[in-house]
Design a protein around this ligand. Structure first.
Ligand code: SF4
Length: 383
């Protein structure tokens, strides 16, 4: 059993509503919790969950009003199905979902708009492609416990939710069995116990889906469940939310971030400079003000960003917004996304041009994720 001691200093920043709440918190923090006790402790009522965050935020209303009907999306951007060469799929098993604030950044009347191509379900997604898989990065084999993936040394990935603010058509988790990993059915005790009993794990990555789809109260529940594990140094958050629904970065979320005891890293997911409108830049500035390290990962996507000028603009715009370009991913070969693939030779040629255009720190690392490998594989020369 691993002794876990709650930290009074971290609780002091939370506003306790009444004396009995204060007493129950003090009773808990004065004792030591053992791992077994912790496992049976419902994470939603861990004593550090004392700050009340809104459950009816503006961003949640905006999320609920996302456009789910491809016909409505086309109408919003003044196009008809016949304008889309790949055909529009009105009934995709991986359905459309796109926030209205994102749609507002799509150029009306342009069927080749790089933002539209990322979110509009096309008929070509349904044609089977050899070599493209349901689980191209080996998520299933890396499951350490329900909702917890342990692929790489020193860090684990917590699948916090299956929900996303946007359904990116190239998503490598588009077939991920989220139903088997729903929060209701998760054995969080097992996930926390796994992390606590592996002293080599110094970083937890909140992933999904998109972890910022959860309410801030739920995020606080998760951080409370983790905060007594002594060997954790960093919390990393992988999210597309600041890019596609910047209203999510509200005062509650910023308060929660500021309350966390670890070094914080957020890896945003932005694929094109057109995604960085004024609201997105404001959200990124607010995040920067908390002191969090902001990195970005991009997926190299055919017809969206597969040229050096587009990627150069993206790096410049990201850095101007306080975000360091980090990874440029080759497409994970997931079934349904073959039409986005850029081959390695083309990708390497783009990287050569990018290096010639940009300062070194603005050039992201071109990588491929390969199932079973101990790290993402840098792609430096064409095969
Ligand atoms: S936000 Fe991320 S997890 Fe969600 S659909 Fe897009 S790529 Fe996939």
């Amino acid at each position: 059993m691993i002794p876990l001691t709650a930290h009074l200093c971290q609780l002091s920043s939370f506003k306790l509503e009444n004396q009995s709440e204060k007493n129950s918190v003090l009773m808990s923090i004065n004792g030591e919790l053992t791992m077994n006790q912790y496992s049976s402790y419902p994470y939603s009522s861990h004593p550090c969950s004392s700050h009340q965050y809104s459950e009816n935020s503006l961003w949640q209303a905006e999320l609920a009003s996302a456009i789910k009907d491809p016909a409505e999306l086309l109408k919003e951007v003044r196009l008809s199905p016949s304008d889309i060469p790949g055909g529009v799929d009105l009934d995709q098993p991986f359905p459309q979902r796109v926030p209205r604030s994102y749609v507002a950044q799509i150029q009306p009347g342009d069927p080749d708009d790089p933002l539209l191509l990322q979110v509009l379900p096309q008929s070509i997604e349904s044609s089977f492609q050899t070599g493209f898989l349901q689980d191209p990065v080996g998520d299933k084999d890396a499951a350490a416990s329900p909702g917890l993936l342990h692929k790489y040394h020193g860090r684990v990935l917590l699948i916090t939710t299956g929900a996303c603010p946007v359904h990116c058509r190239y998503c490598f988790r588009r077939h991920f069995p989220y139903a088997e990993n729903r929060p209701e059915s998760r054995d969080w005790g097992a996930a926390i116990e796994y992390i606590a009993s592996n002293p080599d794990i110094n970083e937890v990555i909140l992933s999904g889906g998109d972890p910022l789809s959860l309410s801030t109260g739920r995020l606080q529940d998760i951080s409370c469940a983790l905060r007594d594990i002594p060997h954790l140094k960093r919390l990393r958050i992988h999210t597309r939310m600041p890019i596609v629904l910047p209203a999510r970065i509200d005062t509650d979320f910023l308060h929660w971030l500021s309350s966390l005891p670890w070094q914080l890293v957020m890896v945003t997911h932005c694929n094109h400079a057109n995604e960085l409108g004024p609201e997105v830049k404001n959200a990124l500035a607010a995040l920067r003000a908390t002191g969090i390290t902001l990195l970005n990962q991009t997926v190299l996507l055919k017809s969206v960003n597969d040229n050096a000028n587009t990627l150069s603009d993206l790096s410049e715009s990201l850095f101007a917004a306080g975000v360091l370009p980090y990874y440029l991913h080759l497409l994970d070969r997931v079934q349904g996304a073959a039409h986005f693939e850029v081959d390695e030779i083309t990708a390497c040629n783009i990287m050569h041009k990018l290096r010639a255009q940009l300062s070194g720190y603005l050039v992201p690392q071109l990588v491929r994720e390969t199932a079973g490998k101990p790290y993402k594989i840098p792609v430096t020369t064409a095969r």
